[in-house]
Design a binder for this molecule. Sequence first.
Ligand code: ADP
Ligand code: MG
Length: 206
Amino acid sequence: MPAVSELFGEVAAAVRANADELTELDRAIGDGDHGLNLRRGFDAVAGLGPELDAMPVGKALQKAGMTLVMKIGGASGPLYGSLLMGIGKALPETPALPDFADALQAGVDAVRQRGKSEAGDKTMLDVLAPVCEALRDGVARSLPASRLLDDVAAAAGLGLESTRALVARKGRASFLGERSAGHLDPGARSSQLIVETVCTRLRGGP
Ligand code: ADP
Ligand code: MG
């Protein structure tokens, strides 16, 4: 496993590199701040640096989640914050792979509760819920790590694409009603980007 600070460093770099795209997506069906929101949040988390590696991974994720809540003004701050805090709280001190699958389920459930939303509402949950399913399924079938990571990344991509046809039922995009269809959801794209970045890093070995 790479250090938590290294993973967040890579996520922050990916968010930075794709911030304009996230903003464009949010400009189409929201208010055009998603790239900036996530950049501010993940730059702050990456800025915690080695402090994160000095604690158990669950505590580090909770700290990262709290940082996102504090730094991001938009809806995505409390939602990504709930995800990371939910995962972090559910992890034992020295987790094994199945613990991560259970913890991700707890994190996704926390997003559902916080957002009062479900997969199908055209939000980040349309990526996070199938990603969680793929991880749990792969763990249950004892898939080799590389296959598991491929399946998880593929689930993220399919989930993202699924948001294009959907009509938004939550968040700012829901104000557009039927006109929200035909666009990818910005939060689904940022979730897919984060999942892809983590999977690519984990595939690369220690
Ligand atoms: P804001 O909408 O406040 O400007 P952002 O632009 O940073 O915040 O984030 C928008 C994204 O947040 C949406 O694309 C969607 O994926 C996600 N989102 C918004 N509301 C909800 C909700 N109730 N449940 C789940 N995700 C949501
Ligand atoms: Mg926005």
